[in-house]
Design a binder for this molecule. Structure first.
Ligand SMILES: [Zn+2]
Length: 411
């Protein structure tokens, strides 16, 4: 090799290294790490063969029957811990049109067939063939007998199919793609965390704000489905672990530290950050007047027992400025303190959208001047929308709302 060739080679290697380094910094997908042993699917959510187990979503409880249609042949199998030692298939059935599931003292009835089990799994091989009480679902259905004449219904389906329905329940198709992708990643991470958390229980997730709103296929939309598909398998981790990545509608200017609202310990990604992107939310700023009579009724049986509320004051605030504690007074009783988040839920989230309020006495009651909607912890959904409109990527949005967290592709 001549000296000239060597020099050219050195230059090419230097240039290649430089390009590689720059590419690693600027390429957007670089925010997603490749799978490593540490970021494999957590064992709590895998099947015995190592795959990701389906998610179990409670879609009805404390009902005695439900209207069910199944537009494909299906199998009824025993379900749960008592299934061991039973035949693998209890019945093979033709499609069920305008049928029902019901419960008696001794049996679960699916269509015309009686099963003397406490839990059966209606396994449907075809996707999206299930309708329960007029709403279509992907996946299959578990019927649990929970009392003499009560049953619970659990939709069992692959997590990515479930996420199509969660985005329908939690966001809007017209929102910018990066906001939808951030929501998909968070909904997936939350679901996986819950699946590990509730692995020994009959279901993983409620289909309401108790976990995440899930509407089956009712509000699926190609834009939402595409956001789920573009982020398939990507989750948010902190120190390589799933965590309960709370989120809420509108923070009103600053998100809240988790330990101020929930019985969780402090966690860096949930420590609260400033947010200047949720001003377009109709809940960004609000004003409510709540009368003493309304407060007395809502709080009856709590801190003051049945006494009417005579006074109300915020007696502690969090670092973000939200009310942390309120103190109630009543004639003939000593003042009683109450966590502001408990106070808000007792009064009702519709009347009191958040604990981010100032209080002023007015004739007959109190005027609450406040900001935001929801508990305030984790991602601000309207803030994510604003950040996406300002050009941030899903990764940029999530790193802002969950400081210290990292995106990983689990599968
Ligand atoms: Zn916000």
């Amino acid at each position: 090799m001549t000296e000239g060739t060597r020099a050219r080679l050195r230059w090419v290697i230097k240039a290649a290294l430089a390009i590689g380094i720059v590419a690693a910094i600027v390429l957007p997908p670089s925010c997603v790490r490749r799978p490593t042993p540490a970021t494999h699917v957590p064992p709590e959510v895998t099947t015995p063969t190592g795959g990701l187990r389906p998610v179990r979503v409670l879609i009805a409880e404390n009902v005695s029957n439900a209207r069910v249609s199944i537009a494909a042949p299906y199998m009824v199998e025993p379900w749960g811990k008592r299934a061991r030692g039973k035949p693998a298939i209890l019945a093979q059935c033709a499609p069920l049109r305008e049928g029902a599931v019901q419960v008696t003292k001794t049996a679960i009835i699916v269509g015309e067939r009686h099963f003397s089990d406490d839990a059966v799994h209606i396994r449907i091989e075809r996707r999206a063939a299930l309708t329960v009480d007029g709403r279509r679902y992907r996946g299959s259905l578990v019927v649990l007998r929970t009392g003499e004449d009560q049953l619970a219904l659990i939709n069992v389906l692959p997590i990515e199919d479930y996420l199509y329905g969660v985005l329908g329940g939690e966001t809007y198709p017209a929102w910018p793609a990066a906001a939808l992708e951030a929501q998909a990643i968070i909904a997936r991470s939350y679901a996986l965390w819950r699946m590990a958390d509730r692995r020994g229980e009959p279901f993983d997730l409620h289909s309401t704000v108790m976990d995440q709103n899930y509407l089956g296929m009712a509000k699926e939309d190609p834009r939402l489905t595409a956001a789920v598909d573009r982020t398939a398998g990507i989750v948010l981790l902190f120190q390589l672990k799933l965590f309960r990545c709370y989120y809420h509608s509108t923070c009103g200017g600053h998100t809240e530290a988790v330990q101020e609202v929930f019985p969780d310990p402090p966690l860096l990604p949930l420590s609260g950050v400033a947010c200047k992107h949720c001003k377009d939310s109709k809940h960004y700023a609000w004003k409510r007047v709540i009368t003493r009579a309304e407060l007395s009724e809502a709080l009856s049986g709590r801190a003051l027992g049945s006494r009417p509320v005579a006074s109300l004051a915020v007696t502690r605030r969090t670092a973000s400025g939200r009310a942390a504690e309120v103190t109630l007074g009543a004639a003939g009783a000593s003042p009683a303190a109450m966590a502001a988040s408990e106070f808000r839920l007792a009064v009702g989230p519709a009347k009191l959208p958040s604990t981010f309020f100032q209080l002023r006495e007015v004739p007959g009651g109190y005027e609450f001047t406040g900001r935001g909607f929801g508990h305030g912890v984790g991602m601000c959904q309207w803030g994510a929308r604003g950040m996406a409109e300002a050009g941030y990527s899903a990764a940029g949005i999530l790193h802002h709302y969950y400081p210290g967290s990292e995106l990983h592709r689990l599968y």
